[in-house]
Every structure is written in structure tokens, then in C-alpha cells.
Ligand binder design. Structure first.
Ligand code: AMP
Ligand code: ZN
Length: 143
């Protein structure tokens, strides 16, 4: 069901303008209005799902396949040297639009984009402890 308050549902329905770059039965891709780099696009499922935790597996698969198509085009047509795929799930992860989307961010050698996480060696014990918690069959988290 489309969410009447969701701007991405409105883009999918053609009720809000967008610069479309790809579409298929399940997905639509359009340019981000505040691009991080040249060619920054968003890929969304046509069917509204709030976020990564809620989206159905086949919708997620279709959206990621569409993201791959857009990434390939960024590589071929924009001559991107690399691509970041980003999904933000939840406010703490900086999600601002609550219709699942994947950012396809073309990267160019030497571009000035600074993503908030720069890989640096972590603490091995903390990594192992987090891994153990991820592997454990914990009780479901209350909503
Ligand atoms: P996020 O913070 O991961 O939820 O990303 C939401 C993204 O949607 C941001 O990068 C916005 O610039 C982008 N955005 C918001 N409104 C529109 C719109 N009407 N058309 C295209 N992109 C949008
Ligand atoms: Zn929506």
C-alpha cells in the first residue's frame, strides 16, 4: 500500500517530479536532490517498505539488482572509478526518508567526499565480542 505521506511513494506514482534513471516492475531509480557526488542516485522498491528490517526479501533482492544496474552505468557512462552503496536504517543511522532506499554514490579518484566512517583497525576483543552476540540466538528485541 502506498503511504500517502511518503515522498518516495509519490515519486513512484509520478505525483512528485524526479529525474528517473532506471525502472522495472518492482523498482525505480532517480537522482538524489542533494547529491554527494556527480551521479548520486537512489533506488527504491515501488512497494512501500519502511526500512531494511521491514522490506520483503524479494523486494530487497530486486532493489539491490537495480542498484547494481545503476552502479554499472555510473562506471560505464559517468566513468566513475568506484561506487559506494549505502543504506541507512533507522534514525540513529541517519535515515531521513522512511521508504527503503539504496544510495548509489559514484566515486571518482580523488573526489572530496568524506563518508562518516573511515576504516581503521579495530580492537580485536571488541570485534570478537560483537561477533559472538551477533551469532547468539537471543530473544527478539521488543518494539
Ligand atoms: P536517507 O538520509 O538515507 O534517508 O536519504 C534520503 C535521501 O533522499 C537524501 O539523500 C535526500 O537528499 C534525498 N531526497 C529527499 N527528498 C528527495 C526528493 N524529492 N527527490 C530526490 N531525492 C530526495
Ligand atoms: Zn513510500
Amino acid at each position: 500500500m502506498p503511504d500517502p505521506d511518503c515522498i518516495f511513494c509519490k515519486i513512484v506514482a509520478g505525483e512528485l517530479p524526479a529525474e528517473l534513471v532506471d525502472e522495472d516492475e518492482r523498482t525505480v531509480a532517480f537522482m538524489d536532490i542533494s547529491p554527494a557526488t556527480r551521479g548520486h542516485a537512489l533506488v527504491v522498491p515501488r512497494r512501500h517498505a519502511r526500512d531494511l528490517l521491514e522490506i520483503e526479501p524479494d523486494e530487497l533482492a530486486a532493489t539491490l539488482l537495480a542498484a547494481q544496474r545503476v552502479a554499472r552505468r555510473a562506471h560505464e557512462r559517468l566513468r566513475a572509478d568506484g561506487v559506494n552503496l549505502i543504506n541507512s536504517c533507522g534514525r540513529a543511522a541517519w535515515q531521513t526518508v522512511y521508504h527503503f532506499h539504496v544510495h548509489v554514490i559514484p566515486r571518482y579518484a580523488g573526489d572530496p567526499l568524506k563518508l562518516p566512517w573511515v576504516p581503521a583497525p579495530g580492537d580485536e576483543q571488541q570485534i570478537a565480542a560483537a561477533a559472538a552476540e551477533l551469532r547468539s540466538a537471543a530473544a527478539p528485541r521488543p518494539c
